[in-house]
Design a protein around this ligand. Structure first.
Ligand code: HEC
Length: 124
């Protein structure tokens, strides 16, 4: 391998290691934030509790988990759980989808939210 190629390969390796490490930390922190959701949600597919399973929630249409009985408000919300919509909902569930019955006061801390979403992505 020529020196030039070697340097590029080494730089790419360092970069990808750094990125995946930062990602893992976020998801780890997010897993702790998820403790606030655990009473009502699981991240295992098909496991509905008081709330629907959140396995693969990122990119899913709201109100579509099989076998979970949603409110009409949730079913007719016509929302897709993009990261942005998920953030808005989790900051203020009642404000974002009036009439939905998730009893959660809202998560205000940006960093907690970002980490939580990183964690939810690992289950998607
Ligand atoms: C006290 C129970 C409870 C807690 C705590 C709770 N949820 Fe929920 N969640 C629900 C219920 C019930 C619904 C269904 C609402 C409806 O149908 O109106 C729901 C719905 C959702 C949905 C929509 C899912 C879908 O399939 O469309 C998401 C996303 C969600 N919750 C995420 C969270 C996250 C993340 C947390 C923690 C920060 C959390 N919830 C905390 C009970 C809860």
């Amino acid at each position: 391998m020529r020196m030039h190629d070697f340097l590029i390969a080494a730089a790419a390796l360092v970069l990808s290691a750094t990125v995946s490490e930062a990602y893992a930390q976020d998801a780890d922190a997010g897993k702790r934030v998820f403790n606030r959701c655990r009473a009502c949600h699981a991240v295992e597919p098909g496991q509905n509790k008081v709330g629907p399973s959140l396995a693969g929630v990122i990119g899913r249409k709201a109100g579509t988990v099989e076998g979970f009985s949603y409110t009409d408000a949730m079913k007719s919300s016509d929302i897709t759980w993009t990261e942005e919509n998920l953030k808005k909902y989790l900051q203020d569930p009642k404000g974002f989808i009036p009439g939905n019955r998730m009893v959660f006061p809202g998560l205000k801390d940006e960093e907690d939210l970002t980490n939580l979403i990183a964690f939810l992505k690992t289950s998607s």
